[in-house]
Design a protein around this ligand. Sequence first.
Ligand code: HMG
Ligand code: MG
Length: 298
Amino acid sequence: DLPRKVKIVEVGPRDGLQNEKETIPADIKIALVDRLTAAGFANIEAASFVSPKWVPQMATSTEVMAGIARRPGVLYSALAPNMKGFEAALAAGADEIVIFGAASEAFSQKNINCSIAESIERFRDVAEATKRHGLRLRAAVSCAFGCPYQGEVPLDAVADVVARLRDLGCDEIDIADTIGVATPRKVHEVMPRVIREFPIEGLSGHFHDTYGQAIANIYASLEEGITIYHSSVAGLGGCPYAKGATGNVATEDVLYLMQGLGIETGVDLDAVVDAGQFIAGHLGRKSNSRAGNAIAAK
Ligand code: HMG
Ligand code: MG
């Protein structure tokens, strides 16, 4: 039986926009987050406190966090790779701190400039501070299904990093297909393996749609009992350190899937379609959501 209810974490304002070349004004990002809040998401990844030299688009994160209209009960998450990022995220009022590691050594080096072991040591301080301040702690595991630099990633490497992040006290762990290479067969290998290391209720599927497999991979994850999914309004995005990676799976497509399966999300699809058209319009291109464009054309 598939789950009856899932949580959709909207990551468009962060994962979606971080790769945009042109600087998007903070007020547009704020308007986007506000529309997403109104659409009913319980969790929105709104900011990233990383080095502006590495990801210039996220340099407006403090302004964005200060400008959004918060709805009580909604978690506004922010990435923080180190204590400097944590201090900024705390000052900005993030509800959830996201540390981000990888199952691939090569990707860890390219993305955060350190080895997996070093990253865990850095995250330890961030995790302790997060807990001390009573905030929620989430961790992303990049390249859980494949790596743009090393290719195949062994299942044991994925399980090992999940276990190490669990031991830091994470409330939630994201199993990420950074470059969208997974197919359902791989999902049926990876998810059961990580479920052995971390409570299934706290595991999420973070699928990029580079090879058009994300919806199939989400369905396969539903079959494994996973109940948290990440997606990006209008299918925005890509990772600056994963060459050729396109956006996250589009939120509108995921909501359409869930609706069809009778799985509750608490999110208003039409409102997300409007938000998707709004941001695509600002970026001067068509939305990457098939469902979003179909609904908008009606
Ligand atoms: P580094 O160069 O090794 O760090 O970068 P450093 O500690 O030596 O600092 C270098 C400079 O950066 C210093 O400034 C620091 O102050 C500054 P300088 O003295 O040269 O003027 N700095 C910072 N500034 C602002 N905020 C900070 C911060 N930290 C240092 N937090 C570092 C290491 C981790 C900082 C860097 O590699 C970095 O920022 N990486 C971020 C990369 C990134 O954001 N990638 C995208 C997000 S991950 C993702 O998208 C994947 C995900 O979606 C899941 C999936 O799909 O796989 C989550
Ligand atoms: Mg991502």
